[in-house]
Design a protein around this ligand. Structure first.
Ligand code: 5GP
Ligand code: MG
Ligand code: MG
Length: 200
């Protein structure tokens, strides 16, 4: 399988280190504690604190989500949605469809959407509208990769929601660490570029 890869863009080690940083940011931003003089003090507004719901976009986000949530030091819930837009090709259909909805009720909850990669923005825009209509009180996005040069649709975060991004990705079709070509290569521990002859 390794010989199908032209170039490694992000190694397993780089990914792991970056996830540690993202998880610390998320832990800090969603913490019900303030940390003063090395003592953790509960915020006075703690009575309204609700565990964030981390929602992975299946299938691509499964490894990223698994590694990320293990480094978040807060009680959280985990759920998945399934969105289809790519089929087996390398060009987005531009019409994402939610083919499997959440199990958890997100009304009044802080949602963190976890994606493998943001490309045109169609998938996130569709999902954010959907979660907003369900009454999520904030919607953040945490994506491993972002290809800002490919953006066609701008999505708006909801409430206090923030955008967390692992790495900016150059404009190649990438595979590995959850990302597939025709449902293959998701199990590579790194993100890389597939050799052109593998597409045919
Ligand atoms: P968007 O809706 O933003 O155009 O695309 C989002 C989805 O398209 C991602 O969640 C991912 O599944 C797929 N995608 C976009 N770019 C790539 C890429 O370079 N490689 C792979 N394997 N999937 C991609
Ligand atoms: Mg995805
Ligand atoms: Mg795919």
């Amino acid at each position: 399988m390794e010989d199908h890869i032209e170039k490694i863009l992000f190694t397993a080690h780089q990914i792991s280190e970056r996830i540690t940083e993202l998880a610390s940011e998320i832990t800090l931003n969603f913490s019900p504690y303030t940390i003063t003089n090395n003592e953790e003090a509960l915020l006075s507004s703690n009575s309204s604190w609700a565990a964030p719901v981390v929602v992975g976009v299946a299938t691509g986000a499964f490894l990223f989500l698994a590694d990320l949530v293990r480094k978040i030091k807060l009680p959280i819930s985990v759920d998945f949605v399934r969105v289809e837009s790519y089929g087996s090709g390398t060009v987005s259909s531009g019409k994402p469809k939610i083919s499997c909805d959440l199990k958890i009720d997100v009304t009044g909850k802080h949602v963190i959407l976890v994606e493998d990669i943001v490309d045109t923005g169609n998938t996130l825009s569709c999902l954010i509208k959907h979660l907003k209509s369900k009454g999520a009180s904030s919607i953040s996005v945490c994506t491993l990769l972002d290809k800002p040069s490919k953006r066609k649709v701008n999505f708006e975060l909801v409430g206090e929601g923030k955008f967390y991004c692992g790495f900016e990705c150059p404009d190649y079709f990438v595979v590995g660490y959850g990302l597939d070509f025709a449902e293959l290569y998701r199990n590579l521990p790194y993100v890389g570029i597939l050799k052109p002859e593998m597409y045919s």
